[in-house]
Design a protein around this ligand. Structure first.
Ligand SMILES: *[C@@H]1O[C@H](CO)[C@@H](O)[C@H](O)[C@H]1NC(C)=O
Length: 343
C-alpha cells in the first residue's frame, strides 16, 4: 500500500516537472514562431470579471456623477467613461436631475475644471477597483476624468496590438479636444498605460498639439526591461541575454510590440512627472528611474516622486497616498501657473 502511494507521488511529481519544463521551454519557442498570437501574454486582456455593467458607473463604485459612452475607433466600438469634478457633482445633486449628454459636453468646455485622460494598465478593464479608486480621487480634486478601454478590453471591440491601443487612446484624446475648447488636458498613464501615453504624447508633441502635462504612474522604460524584470520571468533564467533578445524581444518587436518609452519620452514637449513606489514588484523602481534618466539626458522637463517601501503602495496603490492630492495640485500649478482657481 505504502509502496503504491510512493509510486503515485513519484508519478505526479514527474508529470508536474515535465509540465513546468514544457512551459519554460515551449513558451519562448511559441513566442519566437508566433509573436502575433502570443502578444496576448503581454496584454492580458482576456482577464475580466463576470457580470460587469459597463454602463452603470455607480455599480462599479464610481462616486461622482458620470456617463458611459462609446466612440468608434479603428478596432470598432471603444467604451469610455466620463466622471465629473466634485464641485459640478454638488451642483447637479442640488439641481436634482441627471445631466444630459449635451450638458456633459458643455461642462468639458469650462476651463475652470481641467480634464484628465486616464490610460489604464494591462489586464482587466476600466472598471477594475484600484483604477476606480484613482478616478474617485481625481474627481474629488475637481478634475474631469475620462477613462476608456483599449480594443479587446472591457466592452471595447477588437484585438489589442500596441499600434491599436495607442490609436484608441488617440481617438479618445481627439474626442476630448473636440469637445473641450480651451480647457487644459493632462494625460495620465498607469503601468502599461504609461507606454501608451508616452507614444500618444510623443506623437502629439511632434504635431505641436501636446497636452499640458503627462503623469506616468508606475512606469517602465521599454518592453525588454519590463518583461525580464517581471517576477514570472525568473523561470526563464536559463536564457542568456542574447537568447532573450533573439527568442522573445525581437520577434515581438517585429509585430510592433516594443513600448520604447525611453526613446519616445525624448520627444515629449510638455512637463512630465513620474510616480513610482520602491516596493513595486511588477515594474521595479529601477525601470521608472531608467525612464527618468532617459528624459533627463534628452533635457526634458521631468520630475520624479518615489514612495518608500514602508508605505506599501506596490504597483497599484499610489492612489492611497495621503500626499498624492498635494503632489497632483503642485504639478498642475506648475504646468498651468495662470489658472489655479479650481483647487
Ligand atoms: C466653448 O465655449 C466657447 C464660449 O462659450 C465657444 O465659443 C466655443 O465654440 C465652445 N467650444 C466648443 C468646442 O464647444
Amino acid at each position: 500500500m505504502l509502496g503504491y502511494f510512493i509510486t503515485l507521488i513519484h508519478a505526479v511529481l514527474l508529470c508536474i516537472t515535465i509540465l513546468v519544463l514544457a512551459i519554460v521551454v515551449f513558451l519562448p519557442i511559441l513566442v519566437f514562431f508566433l509573436p502575433q498570437y502570443t502578444q496576448f501574454i503581454f496584454f492580458l486582456n482576456f482577464r475580466r470579471l463576470p457580470n460587469t455593467d459597463y454602463n452603470d458607473l455607480a455599480s462599479n463604485d464610481v462616486k461622482g456623477i458620470g456617463r458611459s459612452l462609446h466612440l468608434r475607433g479603428g478596432g470598432g466600438k471603444i467604451g469610455v467613461w466620463h466622471v465629473l469634478p466634485h464641485k459640478l457633482n454638488l451642483e447637479w445633486r442640488a439641481e436634482g436631475r441627471h445631466p444630459t449628454d449635451a450638458d456633459f459636453d458643455r461642462m468639458m468646455n469650462d476651463s475652470d475644471y481641467k480634464i484628465i485622460l486616464y490610460a489604464h494598465g494591462n489586464s482587466f478593464d476600466r472598471t477594475f477597483y484600484h483604477r476606480v479608486e484613482m478616478y474617485n480621487l481625481l474627481s474629488e480634486r475637481n478634475f474631469h476624468v475620462i477613462c476608456f478601454d483599449y480594443r479587446g478590453y472591457g466592452d471595447s471591440e477588437g484585438t489589442p496590438t500596441e499600434k491599436g491601443i495607442v490609436a484608441d487612446a488617440r481617438t479618445v484624446y481627439d474626442w476630448v479636444r473636440e469637445k473641450c475648447g480651451k480647457t487644459q488636458v493632462i494625460v495620465w498613464g498607469h503601468s502599461m498605460g504609461t507606454g501608451v501615453s508616452c507614444k500618444l504624447v510623443q506623437d502629439l508633441s511632434i504635431e505641436h498639439k501636446a497636452p499640458c502635462g503627462l503623469v506616468l504612474e508606475s512606469p517602465f522604460n521599454n518592453l525588454k526591461d519590463a518583461v525580464t524584470n517581471h517576477p514570472i520571468f525568473t523561470v526563464f533564467c536559463w536564457m542568456n541575454d542574447f537568447m532573450v533578445d533573439t527568442i522573445i524581444i525581437r520577434p515581438l518587436n517585429s509585430v510592433g510590440l516594443s513600448m520604447q518609452s525611453d526613446k519616445r519620452i525624448a520627444k515629449i514637449s510638455c512637463p512630465i512627472i513620474i510616480l513610482h513606489a520602491e516596493d513595486d514588484k511588477i515594474l521595479p523602481l529601477k525601470l521608472g528611474r531608467a525612464l527618468f534618466e532617459a528624459a533627463r539626458r534628452a533635457d526634458r522637463d521631468i520630475k520624479m516622486r518615489e514612495f518608500s517601501t514602508d508605505l506599501g503602495f506596490g504597483h497599484k496603490f499610489i492612489c492611497r497616498s495621503p500626499e498624492l492630492p498635494e503632489i497632483i495640485d503642485e504639478f498642475v500649478r506648475y504646468v498651468s501657473p495662470s489658472s489655479s482657481s479650481s483647487s
